[in-house]
Design a protein around this ligand. Structure first.
Ligand code: R5P
Length: 310
């Protein structure tokens, strides 16, 4: 088992390697003057099981292309098998045609990764579970929910709580969290009048005087979560806490969160946005390196990954 680090999230790669007590594969990943990606593997990997770690986060196109070229370099270096560890799988939000004549980028990206030579995918909280079926190779989709549940119980010690889905698409994730916390759930009826803008239409469930825990896979512009927090407060919620797996945090998202009704936002390190988050008083990062390392170890040893979540 060897681990190659892409450049999108060096800190997470180092943390994973440390957990696995492995040295990262000696490689040279750089850009030509015109921006093209150059990858060179500086050690023998013939016959090895290789895990290449790369989140396809911002800059999504560069990071995706780097992942594809890393996989190609590994395949041409005679790796026995290649697992693409993609903690944040970008381009996932276009997973179907919502309006006519649009692309299904999640499927296109799955094809690209498979055709580059990956034999297996390991990811965390895919935007939609069915993306696993876009690949014809095995996909292990890990969940941050158990880690969030532990944080809520042991660190935040919240009582009188209700788990809230910020949209209908997130109900399954919210139910999974509520089961672990033994709480009820509420659902926000969110509409998107135009891409990137969100409006709260209604809240299903009684949130009055409750500590609300919103759980979502992605925070991008922050619109969904900030509007949801405001709507919950308008309905008499006590405090609003937010748990998000992937901190995309585009544009002014961090400032929006600072000025919002959110009491605390907890996210993970699938995307390296630590510089942006460092400015915030409200955002805390929990590392998923231990969970991802354990899953990689289990894949390498052909033992169960799903039992991680029992
Ligand atoms: C949507 O289905 C996702 O789960 C997120 O709610 C969404 O991507 C968040 O985007 P934003 O922060 O820009 O509202």
């Amino acid at each position: 088992m060897k681990v190659l680090a892409g450049t999108s999230n060096s800190k997470l790669c180092k943390d994973i390697a440390r957990n696995l007590k492995l040295k990262l594969v000696n490689s040279n990943i750089k850009r030509f003057a015109d921006g093209e990606v150059y990858v060179e593997i500086n050690e023998n990997i013939r016959g090895n099981s290789i895990f290449v770690i790369q989140s396809t986060s911002n800059p999504a196109n560069d990071n995706l292309m780097e992942l594809l070229i890393c996989i190609d370099a590994l395949r041409r270096s005679s790796a026995k098998n290649i697992t693409a560890v993609i903690p944040y799988f970008g381009y996932a939000r276009q997973d179907r045609k919502v309006v006519p004549r649009t692309a299904i980028s999640a499927k296109l990206v799955s094809n690209l990764i498979t055709n580059a030579g990956a034999n297996r995918i390991l990811s965390v909280d895919l935007h939609a579970g069915q993306i696993q079926g876009f690949f014809d190779i095995p996909v292990d989709n890990l969940f941050a929910t158990p880690i969030f549940a532990r944080h809520i119980k042991n660190k935040m010690k919240l009582n009188n709580l209700i788990c809230v889905s910020p949209d209908v698409g997130g109900v399954e994730r919210t139910r999974a969290l509520s089961r672990r916390l033994n709480s009820s759930i509420a659902i926000i009826d969110k509409r998107r009048p135009t891409p990137g803008k969100s409006e709260v239409m209604n809240i299903v469930g009684n949130v009055k005087n409750k500590n609300c825990v919103i759980v979502d896979d992605i925070i991008d512009s922050g619109g969904t979560i900030v509007n949801a927090a405001q709507a919950l407060k308008n309905k008499g919620a006590k405090d609003v806490y937010v748990y998000i797996t992937h901190a995309v945090l585009s544009g002014q998202a961090v400032d929006k969160i600072e000025k919002s009704k959110i009491k605390k936002l907890i996210t993970t390190d699938t995307i390296d946005n630590s510089k942006k988050i460092g400015r915030s008083r409200k955002i805390e990062i929990i590392s998923l390196a231990p969970m991802i390392s354990e899953a990689m170890k289990r894949i390498a040893n052909s033992t169960s990954v799903s039992s991680l979540f029992k």
